[in-house]
Ligand binder design. Sequence first.
Ligand SMILES: [Zn+2]
Length: 118
Amino acid sequence: MHPQLELLLEIQDLQMQRGGLADGTLGDMESDVFDIKVEDAISSLDEKVLELEGRLEEGVRKRYQLVTGKGPRVVAPVINGICYGCFVAISTARASETGRNRRVESCDHCGRFLYHLD
Ligand SMILES: [Zn+2]
């Protein structure tokens, strides 16, 4: 897999976890049960995200900044030629390319980075 794509998936994972902590859907965080406060966990995640964002290449970072405003999902899986970020078919030429996930691609429709699963 392209290292930048791997980085984007890591960032997305951290953002998802941060979102779950912030809105309380990630289990009930009773602060006396856990060894870390929710706020501290969130700020640690934020720090890590910033660090990882700093490792994105210029062009990738620009696109990332465009899509990250739409929500935490910046990488969308592609299943049977459909982008699961916007549920629009990606071009067939692209869908049949070999060496997928070895390049950083993005959806023409929603702009999210594409991660081929099929
Ligand atoms: Zn899309």
